[in-house]
Write a protein that binds this ligand. Structure first.
Ligand code: RM4
Ligand code: MN
Ligand code: MN
Length: 437
């Protein structure tokens, strides 16, 4: 095994020792401030310790764009190596024990190292688990008979649809063997030209295919459908928006829910309102967190629009505190790390999502309800801003520390020399199946 875990533990111990005194000082200061505002800092640390956001296996490889990919040193070449990297993220930030797999990129081998039994054993060793599966019918795989060039689950040809359905059923079987409990379907189906696809009939075919997948869901599983307004189809996509997603989910079956990928909306769309509406409709399945400026940029969560991320969590925490029945959205990152060390990006992003979650607990909800009842928009915004402007970093750091993680995960990671060690142990291969090109 390539992972030098002992040096990682040493790096955590060393850097934590250096960061302890400043953390204590900042924590005490924040505690005084929050006492004044009548928030219990210990309760917030407990919320932070209970927070979870899953890591996508494809996030530990270097991503790319349509124009190219610049692989980083020590990229994981197999699923076992991807899990090693996910284990590093989890051991430092302590909120990311769940992993999401993409098939066929992460397809287990039939026997030997890399088979389902060895993956399960490795997960156990690293304190990780597989949370959800993702199918891939937006690319052709070498082994497949029919092409997805003109669609998959909504293709005009029944045989192509059946092949795509079978692939999704295979994902369920793999996920079942690995202990997953959710399946996410995002398809690239759509049109590049007006007239290319018959809107109504392609939606009919999409729903029918999803019904077949829904029928194959193992007990206790949920099926998430992910809308996206464009790309790779640039004129229209079959599942283009959240409203269509909601209507499809209702027709597909009761375990089918809508998944919101933050990058899958037109610029300036009010995503927090979409989130609130899906909660109201009991249809919110989960999230793919990332950030974007222009499109599905897959940038690091919280890097461009942290206030939007906070406003989304404001809706989520509001629903959580209200105890809405059945409210249990799955949180996951879905990013493409093109110019950073993926482990550093994943750690930073997980902490940014956690930060928004904790900040959303600092909204004085009784005062907000009063401002809304009194039609006092300025006061309402002030209340949200007061929460958003609070630097909850000491709470997040304290939560990590109490769980055995790093006060400063990036500092600890850099001090561990992990990247240099795996760069030696993992010479580059032609195609690693990591990242998206
Ligand atoms: C898509 C979508 C899916 C992800 C692929 C790789 O844009 O976000 O969730 O699986 O990218
Ligand atoms: Mn996504
Ligand atoms: Mn996407």
């Amino acid at each position: 095994m390539s992972a030098p875990m002992s040096s990682l533990a040493d790096a955590v111990a060393d850097t934590n020792a250096r960061c302890q005194a400043p953390l204590d000082e900042d924590y005490a200061h924040l505690q005084r401030q929050l006492d004044r505002r009548r928030f219990d800092i210990e309760a917030l640390v407990a919320r932070a310790m209970g927070f979870r956001v899953a890591i996508p296996s494809w996030g530990v490889g270097t991503g790319g764009t349509r124009f190219g990919r610049f692989p980083g040193p020590g990229e994981p070449r197999t699923l076992l190596e991807k899990l090693d990297d996910c284990g590093v993220v989890q051991s430092l930030v302590r909120v990311t024990p769940g992993i999401s797999l993409h098939i066929p990129w992460d397809k287990p081998r039939d026997s030997g190292p890399g088979d389902a039994a060895s993956i399960r054993a490795h997960l156990l060793e690293l304190g990780l688990s597989i949370e959800s599966m993702n199918s891939n019918t937006f690319q052709d795989q070498g082994s497949q008979q029919l092409s997805y060039k003109f669609g998959s689950l909504s293709h005009t040809d029944y045989a192509v649809r059946q092949q795509a359905i079978d692939h999704n059923l295979e994902c369920l079987a793999i996920g079942r063997a690995l202990g997953a409990s959710a399946h996410t379907v995002w398809i690239g189906d759509g049109g590049n030209f007006p007239g290319q696809i018959h809107f109504r009939r392609s939606l009919d075919r999409y729903i029918e295919s999803l019904q077949a997948i829904h029928a194959g869901l193992p007990d206790g599983w949920r099926l998430f459908i992910e809308h996206k307004c464009y790309e790779p189809a640039f004129y229209s996509t079959v599942l283009n928006d959240w409203g269509t997603s909601y209507l499809c989910a209702r027709e597909v079956g009761e375990r089918c829910l809508s998944l919101v990928d933050l990058g899958h909306h037109a610029p300036n769309v009010n995503i927090e309102q979409i989130v609130a509406q899906l909660i109201r409709l009991r249809a919110l399945g989960g999230f793919h967190f990332n950030d974007s400026k222009f499109g599905d940029d897959d940038l690091d969560a919280g890097s461009i629009k942290p206030f939007q991320l906070f406003l989304i969590f404001n809706e989520l925490v509001d629903a959580e505190q209200e105890g809405i029945p059945g409210f249990a959205p799955a949180y996951m990152l879905d990013q493409s790390h093109n110019v950073t060390d993926p482990i550093e990006s994943l750690m930073t992003s997980a902490m940014e999502v956690e930060r928004a979650y904790v900040q959303a607990h600092l909204v004085d909800r009784a005062a907000l309800a009063e401002a809304q009842a009194n039609n006092d928009p300025l006061r309402a915004l002030q209340l949200l801003k007061a929460a958003f402007r609070t630097d909850v970093s000491p709470i997040l750091a304290e939560a990590r520390l109490r769980e055995g993680g790093a006060i400063d995960p990036v500092m600890a990671y850099r001090a561990s020399g992990y990247r240099a060690a795996v760069a030696k142990a993992r010479p580059p291969v032609a195609s690693s199946g990591s990242g998206i090109v």
